[in-house]
Design a protein around this ligand. Structure first.
Ligand SMILES: C[S@@+](CC[C@H](N)C(=O)[O-])C[C@H]1O[C@@H](n2cnc3c(N)ncnc32)[C@H](O)[C@@H]1O
Length: 397
């Protein structure tokens, strides 16, 4: 039994070190949820429960619930491993790089044992430029078949390589819903099905920035060799949040279907310029129309101008967009948009005299029309027909 509950924050690391190691520990309520899923699937005995990047051992709360399982904890961080060893004496600990020489053998797990990987692999908000800079300096050694540009995606590949029978982990929702990430972790997703999940905000992690939350999913995956998830499955999936909301990629049309998102590599941009487009969270931090060329500037094709104006107006209402849509492209209601394009263009051009020159102030009706277009797109779709009124456990840990 632990002598006291270890901190939910790695107190031995400063803010920069936490980002470098992706050290944000799991809130207890999500560990308990994983415990419920293990129970539901009869994984309460004769299993090996491995957390390959265990931090202070948040998941070893499960060791007290399921004493008939074998528990193994590993972390690259020496202090974290020693915390686990002292708080959870029944947990066998290792201090290894979980991404190099990946095999069951490295943790003394046999091929016959039922292996459940739990945890919260290291990851950071990859869209942050600050964090991006930090990460460049700290690429750990990795096996060629788990190599990727992101420690968390590599961790998924490592679980695949371990042939984990179940994987109950937290990871950014962006791993599933962004096609490039999904592709990078395809060996994992192609062999695992998502049985249960809940989406919550990264702001629930102790010690994270309060400014920009991104959606995290706690998911319970089961191995189905070659019969896992395809990207179309993800598009159709209805995701549930901790607050009882539901949403789906397939619920929206997106502006990105009609415009260029990135600068052309071949031609320097001229004319009307717009900042590179990523997702809703990136739009929170980025500019829209630009009065000078920059490395991130793309050229606006004249016939696509109304769509860029729509994005520019959409940016004014980002406070209304729930965190769980943060990694979505910018949604658009095409039918409504077709009826009020002129208002959208007028409002946006008036906001940017540095780009379009001085414009007549649009009418109050034009502003109202734009507001209604955007708010109804956000709210109607986010609170669609699948909405549940049940709130999934309110309250603290
Ligand atoms: C997000 S924390 C999660 C800790 C714990 N699993 C939890 O849920 O609270 C990620 C952990 O991964 C560890 N880590 C980072 N890179 C690693 C690597 N290459 N091998 C093993 N552990 C690593 C960090 O030291 C950190 O403790």
């Amino acid at each position: 039994m632990p002598t006291r509950v270890p901190s939910q924050c790695p107190v031995h690391l400063n803010a920069q070190e936490r980002i470098l190691q992706g050290s944000f520990y799991t809130p207890t309520k999500y560990v308990r949820l994983v415990g419920e899923w293990l129970r539901e699937h009869g994984l309460t005995r004769d299993c090996v429960i491995l957390d390959p990047s265990c931090g202070y051992g948040a998941f070893f709360d499960l060791a007290t619930q399921f004493p008939e399982n074998r528990f193994i904890g590993n972390d690259i961080d020496e202090e974290a491993v020693s915390q686990v060893a002292s708080h959870f004496p029944k947990v066998v600990t290792f201090r290894k790089n979980a991404l190099a020489g990946v095999s069951r053998k490295m943790y003394d797990i046999s091929t016959e044992e039922t292996l459940v990987v739990v945890g919260n692999p290291p990851y950071n908000d990859t869209t942050s430029q600050y964090q991006g800079k930090l990460k460049q300096t700290t690429k750990p050694l990795m096996d060629a078949d788990v190599k990727s540009r992101d420690l968390g995606l590599s961790s998924l590949l490592a679980y695949t390589k371990l042939r984990a029978d179940y994987v109950a982990i937290l990871h950014p929702l962006a791993y599933l819903i962004k096609r490039a990430n999904f592709q990078a972790a395809k060996p994992f997703f192609a062999n695992y099905r998502l049985l249960h999940h809940v989406v919550f905000s990264s702001q629930e992690f102790a010690g994270t920035s309060k400014a920009a939350g991104f959606p995290v999913i706690v998911g319970f995956y089961e191995r189905h060799l070659d019969h896992g998830l395809g990207y179309d499955d993800v598009r159709q999936m209805t995701f549930m949040t901790a607050e009882g909301k539901s949403f789906s990629l397939g619920q929206f049309r997106y502006v990105s279907e009609f415009i260029r998102k990135y600068p052309s590599r071949s031609n320097a941009p001229t004319g009307i310029l717009f900042y590179t487009l990523r997702d809703i969270n990136a739009l929170r931090r980025s500019r829209t129309f630009l009065d000078k060329p920059t490395a991130n500037a793309l050229q606006v094709a004249p016939e696509q101008l109304p769509y860029y104006c729509y994005i520019d107006c959409f940016k004014d209402y980002l406070d209304e967009v729930p965190y769980y849509l943060g990694n979505f492209d910018i949604p658009i209601d095409l039918e409504q948009f077709a009826t009020c394009q002129d208002a959208v263009v007028a409002v946006s051009q008036w906001k940017h005299p540095e780009v379009f020159g001085p414009r007549k102030h649009p009418s109050a009706k034009a502003f109202q029309t734009v507001k209604k277009l955007i708010l109804s797109t956000i709210s109607r779709k986010a609170n669609g027909t699948n909405e549940t009124s049940a709130t999934w456990f309110v309250g603290g840990d």
